[in-house]
Design a protein around this ligand. Sequence first.
Ligand SMILES: [Zn+2]
Ligand SMILES: [Zn+2]
Length: 233
Amino acid sequence: MSLLENGHTTQMPDEPHGPDPTDARVEAALIELKAAVGSRDVEKICGAYAVVRKRLAGSKVRDMFERVEQTLGPEARRILISSYSHRQCFMCDAGMVACDQCDGTGKLNDRICGSCDGLGIQLCTFCRGTGWADPSTIPGELARSVHEKQFRYVQGELARFKNEVHITPEAFAKADPDLRRKVGSWLMRLEARLADLEEQAKQANNLSNQTAFGQAVNEVDHLLQTLLRPTKL
Ligand SMILES: [Zn+2]
Ligand SMILES: [Zn+2]
């Protein structure tokens, strides 16, 4: 329903037709999005898509995607899902920051730092160790696909870890600090990512994903605790 008010046409919030799709600002936003995709810069792509969504606010998601596909081609959805699933936290190095108890040295008064098990790292408080951008920035219409893509990626990483890292807890305890940090941060990041995905699935009431992601969290936690246990004795 439109109202004529003070000489201006205004739309009521429940206006079913949404914004005018021929709006030059919509066109400009779509052109920006296409340029961002051309640059292959994940931040630019997500930023440009956010503007397109804003310009087409009130449209049905299907109609909005039609416009986006007209601009980007049939790969549009895949490109956007991939971009959001790779978007990074700006506050850390892939989920990790230096341990604030030992300043990243892994030692406190010549003893192993109990806060970080001597690894010298701790989870970034902004992304909780995932290294990913805040999940609340993922548009609702893409969120489920993004989380599933992230899960497949983390599953691949976990398989790669099990293939590549064969180290006993005893050898891990004696390994040089760089190796300990590399292996430890890999597992910590995997666990943080899986726990984050489990939480997203829980919030979305997706029980099957919540269960699958939760089982993977337990598996990684077991691997991590097994390696770290000797240093805790
Ligand atoms: Zn520490
Ligand atoms: Zn972070």
